[in-house]
Write a protein that binds this ligand. Structure first.
Ligand code: GLN
Ligand code: ZN
Length: 764
């Protein structure tokens, strides 16, 4: 049985690529040095996989920024607005064009906006969205996949080049002109793919992996036809090249037959996300097609359960024979951190918890070990079983009291005392806010001084008491400042938070952190997600001291600020030994305890942010309802303990609500603040059409740029809102938190915002 890795992390175990790219962009590193760093990383990765005994070692999985952007360059899909830059460059494959497409270009008299970025399926990785125009011409503009194949070959390693397949490439892109048909685009695109594949074959490639993750999505008949057409053409043009069609992140379901009919030599399926699809695949797989079994999870940091993997392998072997199987990672290992061996600080990650984990390098080892076990090495299996058994009964993982509390949850626990219209009266009586009340989303500028405070505390340069004094001073300033501006509902500013999830994870039981567990988010940006390893519980208040201190400084209502359970789950590595829904309810109960304690401490307005609810949506529509049901329930559990007159806010920073508005309404937050400024309030139409009953704060300005909005701009938006919603229900706020902004622009923007609200009140 051969072993197969779909892709490897590329940022470098010490984030070398991030540092090199950023230095290059800042003009502090030469292009040669950047390219050398990239070459060294590729070599390291290939050699790591080779030493582990992997048979199909990926190449072209490396990228200076993003693999979809690489594909745009390889196929010449350069948006027309970059033409002036292209004209100026000596070589079209220059990284100047590449980075300009990724990051925008403001130089040499040109001002070109970057390509759009969006989430890669249901991961936290972002890719650049290809853009296609009418009259789109494709051509081989970069030969990256061939170059990297040759680079590995020169090191004596024959790799399996990985390319995003032509159909997924088109489906993930955006047609910029109406009437542009994907089938026409495909017809023009295929010759370019064929040319690339031919060059790869000429260079000596025997296997090529074509990633077609769109095969796990709901496809129309037309989209399915694209697959038939594309792969028939490719198969005809390259009869002797072995193609592996890679699918991941979900089951093929009704696309199973389609995938099995395509003229490819191997199919890769994700058996971590969708083990249930194995039966159907084994039944339908044509003679001669190889099957790559994705059994080692590329999406988390836990050790593989060998016993379970072996069951799947044995089932497949019994059906089609060992010689037709490959043992593989479920998807690219891009979504896991590099190397668990780098976690050396036992105070950060205890050896106990560490013994349950596997990062990319260890996962590669797991594939090799599975093959050894199949060859008869039972000691490896026994060691794995012992480790997993120990974890399954570990007292730090399983807390009966937490599980019992989740079990005991009732409908009443997820329901406020009275319906919204009654709560609204109680809240109006208590809070005495004007019409069009003004507020902000929570954070204020995280200045260098604030960030240094945290760094100095960590290093031990200042004491916790000194840190607290300094943060309190920042809060006191922010309160005075907000009163001066005339805001109605104040915030403490979130100065004490490094990150809206990490801050809570650090204080909750069941979470652990890593020193080097970085994964790429986009380009040079990496995140280090918290790890949820056990039952989650809150052992002490997390925000009450800061919020009550802030409230003690003002007579205006001070908002308590919490992150919601779905967002905490979504931005962490999660457990693989219980459903996500259960983990989320545990977090919800922890947040609920904090909500109750904030209320007891006299906080009258409490905001529970859920910016990640939408991104948690399953890839298939048929699964949406089940997800939304538990996600909404978790939110409701976290806030429903409060009295009618305590006002619950939530915040979501995006603007696509149309298809989930009933679930948003079911969350039953008294006030929801959302992003609308960039869509010119269009989004509110969905809320109005739905007759959304609760209060809404449609963001009146975009915080993602330093630009200061004018008063008129904002009153115009508010007037639009007032045509769609009852004035009594409208709040006035920016569209997200202000932590990335600077103070001067924040002050001017909020001053104008308060003026806009005052104008609205005067005109009622
Ligand atoms: N309360 C958070 C803040 O203001 C919300 C951040 C977010 O929406 N992502 O920073
Ligand atoms: Zn936001």
């Amino acid at each position: 049985m051969q072993t197969n890795v779909l892709g490897y992390p590329r940022i470098g175990s010490q984030r070398e690529l991030k540092k090199a790219c950023e230095a290059y962009w800042a003009g502090k590193m030469s292009l040669e040095k950047l390219q050398l760093t990239a070459r060294q990383l590729r070599r390291q990765h290939w050699e790591t996989l080779q030493q582990a005994g992997i048979d199909l070692i990926p190449s072209n999985d490396f990228s200076l920024y993003d693999q979809v952007l690489d594909m745009c360059l390889m196929t010449g899909a350069v948006p027309a607005r970059f033409q002036p830059l292209l004209d100026k460059l000596v070589s079209a494959s220059s990284p100047e064009l590449y980075f300009a497409m990724a990051r925008g270009y403001q130089k040499n008299g040109l001002d070109i906006t970057a390509m759009e970025m969006t989430k890669w399926f249901d991961t936290n990785y972002h890719y650049l969205v290809p853009e296609f125009n009418a009259g789109q011409q494709f051509r081989v503009l970069s030969t990256k996949c061939v170059d990297e194949f040759k680079e590995a070959l020169a090191l004596g390693i024959t790799t399996k080049p990985v390319l995003l397949g032509p159909v997924s490439f088109l489906l993930l892109g955006k047609s910029k002109d109406t009437g542009l048909h994907t089938s026409q685009l495909l017809e023009q695109l295929l010759p370019v793919y064929i040319q690339l594949l031919q060059s790869l074959q000429q260079a000596g490639a025997t296997w090529v992996q074509l990633d077609e993750p769109c095969l796990v999505l709901d496809l129309t008949a037309g989209q399915q036809a694209l697959y038939r057409y594309a792969y028939t053409q490719i198969g005809k043009a390259l009869p002797s090249l072995q193609l592996m069609l890679a699918t991941y992140f979900g089951p093929l379901q009704e696309n199973t037959e389609l995938a099995l009919q395509l003229p490819v030599q191997a199919l890769h399926i994700d058996l971590v996300r969708a083990p249930e699809q194995l039966d159907a695949i084994l039944q339908g797989i044509p003679d001669g097609m190889l099957l790559s079994l994705g059994i080692v999870n590329g999406r988390n940091i836990w050790k593989n359960d060998y016993e379970r993997s072996l069951q799947l392998i044995r089932q497949a072997a019994a059906a089609i024979g060992e010689e037709r199987l490959l043992l593989a990672s479920s998807c690219s290992l891009l979504h896991t951190p590099y190397d668990l061996d780098l976690e050396t600080d036992e105070a950060v990650l205890t050896p106990h918890i560490k013994s349950w984990m596997a990062f990319a390098k260890q996962k590669v080892q797991e594939l090799a070990e599975l093959r050894q076990i199949l060859a008869g090495d039972n000691s490896l299996l026994e060691a794995n079983q012992a480790c997993l058994y120990e974890k399954s009964i570990a007292a730090i993982v399983h807390k009966p009291a937490v599980k019992a509390r989740v079990e005991a949850l009732t409908e009443a626990d997820a329901t406020r005392q009275h319906p919204f219209h009654i709560r609204q009266q109680a809240q109006e009586a208590l809070l005495q806010l004007p019409l069009f009340p003004t507020t902000t989303i929570g954070s204020f500028p995280q200045t260098a001084e604030i960030r240094q405070l945290r760094a100095r505390l960590k290093k031990g340069d200042i004491t916790p008491a000194e840190y607290e004094t300094a943060i309190r001073a920042a809060i006191a300033d922010a309160v005075k400042w907000q009163e001066g501006l005339g805001l109605d509902v104040l915030v403490h500013g979130e100065f004490e938070r490094n990150d809206m999830v990490e801050y809570f994870g650090e204080q909750l039981e069941g979470f652990v952190f890593t020193q080097n567990g970085w994964v790429q988010s986009y380009g040079s940006r990496c995140v280090k997600p918290p790890v949820i390893y056990g039952d989650v519980q809150r052992s002490q208040p997390m925000t009450v001291a800061w919020s009550s201190y802030a409230q003690s400084l003002t007579r205006k209502p001070m908002k308590g600020m919490l992150t919601g359970p779905v967002t905490i789950l979504q931005w962490s590595f999660v457990r693989d030994d219980q459903p996500r829904a259960d983990t989320t309810l545990q977090i919800a109960l922890a947040i609920r305890d904090e909500v109750a304690e904030l209320e007891k401490a006299g906080i009258q307005v409490i905001q529970v942010d859920e910016p990640a609810i939408r991104e948690g949506l399953p890839l298939r529509k048929a699964r949406w309802k089940a997800y939304l049901d538990w996600a909404v329930r978790a939110f409701r559990v976290s806030v429903s303990c409060v009295k009618d007159e305590t006002q619950v806010h939530t915040h979501m920073c995006y603007s696509e609500f149309n298809d989930i508005i009933d679930s948003i309404a079911a969350m039953d937050a008294d006030v929801i603040t959302i992003e609308t400024s960039r869509s010119q309030m269009e989004l509110l139409e969905a809320f109005a059409a739905f007759r959304y009953p609760n209060e809404i704060g449609p963001g009146v300005y975009d915080i993602h740029s330093p630009r200061v909005p004018t008063i008129t701009e904002m009153t115009e938006l508010l007037e639009k809102a007032a045509q769609l919603l009852p004035a009594r229900n409208i709040w006035v706020n920016p569209d997200c938190g202000l932590k990335t902004r600077k103070w001067p622009e924040t002050e001017q923007a909020l001053r104008n915002m308060v003026a806009a609200a005052q104008e609205m009140r005067a005109n009622v």
